[in-house]
Design a protein around this ligand. Structure first.
Ligand SMILES: C[S@@+](CC[C@H](N)C(=O)[O-])C[C@H]1O[C@@H](n2cnc3c(N)ncnc32)[C@H](O)[C@@H]1O
Length: 195
């Protein structure tokens, strides 16, 4: 299946339940991981910061955090979570734009790198990351392990309960040869569908 991906539109249909998809429970572990690598006060840039799930707690932990995201819906939600304005927000395309230099750490978490639709585009993002870093700067990338998806039948459906009256249905198509994964996420809430 081929789809075109517009990063600016990301979150438009999922913003109401986005934070339920990626629970905050794993964030202290990410902050801890970073704390062991760069001291408080260090400059961190997060590419694809989304709603600030990680960027805001990092800023609250004393880091100077810059959040880069192309999607206005996601950045609007980030600003709501950060009323003190601790995070510097950049609406930009991280495949193209460099929002600053000499950062101590560049962070790409969740499935953000895998949202790039080709290996070439992933390499471009890694190059852009390097351009943000000062000498000795660190790049931290978190991704999922794709072999689980490679083992699935060509179309696979799974469901999970996100909360009272909130059922998430994921329809997944994986093409191991093309190395692509297509994820359609549908939330059914109070009998209404949001996809
Ligand atoms: C899976 S979300 C992860 C958000 C956040 N890092 C988290 O852990 O919750 C990926 C984010 O990357 C952003 N994104 C995807 N492609 C982008 C691009 N080319 N430029 C800027 N942001 C992009 C999306 O808008 C989305 O907010």
């Amino acid at each position: 299946m081929s789809t075109s991906f517009d990063p600016v539109a990301y979150g438009e249909s999922t913003i109401d339940f986005y934070d339920l998809l990626y629970p905050a429970g794993e964030v202290p572990g990410i902050v801890d991981f970073i704390r062991k690598r760069v001291p408080e006060g260090s400059r961190i840039v997060e590419l694809g910061a989304g709603t600030g799930r990680v960027a805001v707690p990092l800023a609250e932990s004393g880091y100077a955090v810059h959040a880069v995201d192309a999607a206005p819906a996601m950045l609007k939600a980030l600003r709501v979570k950060d009323p003190a304005g601790l995070v510097s927000v950049h609406q930009a395309d991280f495949t193209r734009d460099v929002v600053g230099r000499d950062f101590d750490l560049c962070l790409i978490v969740k499935n953000t790198l895998f949202m790039m639709q080709s290996q070439e585009q992933q390499c471009t993002v890694l190059r852009r990351s390097a351009e943000h870093l000062g000498e000795g700067g660190l790049l931290v990338v978190e991704t999922y392990e794709p072999s689980f998806y490679h083992a699935l039948p060509s179309t696979h459906t799974q469901s999970s309960v996100l909360g009272a009256n909130k059922l998430l249905i994921d329809t997944i198509q994986c093409d191991p040869v093309a190395q692509t994964l297509y994820f359609l996420r549908t939330l059914v809430t109070d009998g209404r569908k949001n996809s």
